[in-house]
Design a protein around this ligand. Structure first.
Ligand SMILES: [Zn+2]
Length: 246
């Protein structure tokens, strides 16, 4: 019997195939043995429709992307998102010092401060993922398989990390939000943050097939961990500057 490598996007039941190829060239979508609906209707859909459903945070679209595709761009997307975040902070810091002098523009491109911000964004992402994982591990250990589909403390690290990185795709919106300068920038950044966290929550919920409450708790813990990491970095930077002035 074939290995159940896929998931039904409707009921999360495992499935061996998404479609069956008959000898006369006819392809037929496989029906789920549990809910009797197509295992994955999205294999017939245009990628744009799938993206729109993912933006709407539909569980089915998340299951399709995370379980039934080999989308392997999470590390590239992660690096791009870190660069977007660093660019946002860098541009906000220098917006008040803007100058038309070409010498200033060249100086900015060479600034190591930008790379420091990339490192800071990476540290924040690490803290966020660590916080999420810590809560999920604790919950899985405390409640065993009653909460998570994975038994005991066996949260699948690779799947979870891939889901968290892929679901952070909303951070690419930071660049157009900064480029098109307007008075509502803080509001836009707030919306982007909420959107990314909602996507993260949905990704955790889909990967572990857990309750909304647990997914929300894990994302809140990640956010708290990220905030603590930022505070520690700011405190360390402040102490370092204070030490230099002594
Ligand atoms: Zn099903």
């Amino acid at each position: 019997m074939a290995e159940a490598a896929f998931r039904c996007i409707e009921c999360n039941e495992k499935a061996a195939e998404l479609h069956r190829d008959y000898t006369n060239g006819i392809l037929k979508i496989t029906l789920c043995g549990s809910c009797q609906k197509p295992v994955d209707k999205y294999i017939e859909y245009d990628p744009v429709i799938i993206l729109i459903d993912a933006i709407l945070c539909k569980t089915q679209a998340f299951r399709h992307i995370l379980f039934n595709t080999n989308l392997d761009i999470h590390w590239k997307l992660c690096v791009f998102c870190l660069l977007c975040e660093a660019y946002l902070r860098w541009s906000l810091r220098h917006s008040s010092e803007s100058s038309d002098d070409p010498a200033d523009i060249i100086r900015y491109t060479k600034e190591w401060e930008f790379y420091g911000m990339v490192a800071l964004a990476a540290l924040e992402l690490l803290a966020f993922c660590g916080g999420v994982l810590l809560v999920l591990r604790a919950a899985a250990a405390a409640m065993s398989s009653r909460v998570c589909s994975y038994s005991g403390v066996g949260v699948d690290l690779h799947l979870l990390l891939r889901a968290l990185l892929l679901s952070g795709y909303g951070k690419v919106l930071l660049v157009p939000a900064v480029i098109w300068e307007h008075d509502f920038l803080p509001l836009c950044l707030g919306f982007i943050k909420v959107f990314v966290l909602t996507s993260n929550m949905q990704a955790v919920r889909v990967i572990l097939n857990c309750s909304k409450r647990l997914a929300l708790s894990s994302v809140c813990a990640g956010l708290l961990s990220e905030t603590i990491a930022v505070w520690m970095c700011q405190t360390a930077a402040g102490a370092s500057l204070g030490g230099d002035h002594v």
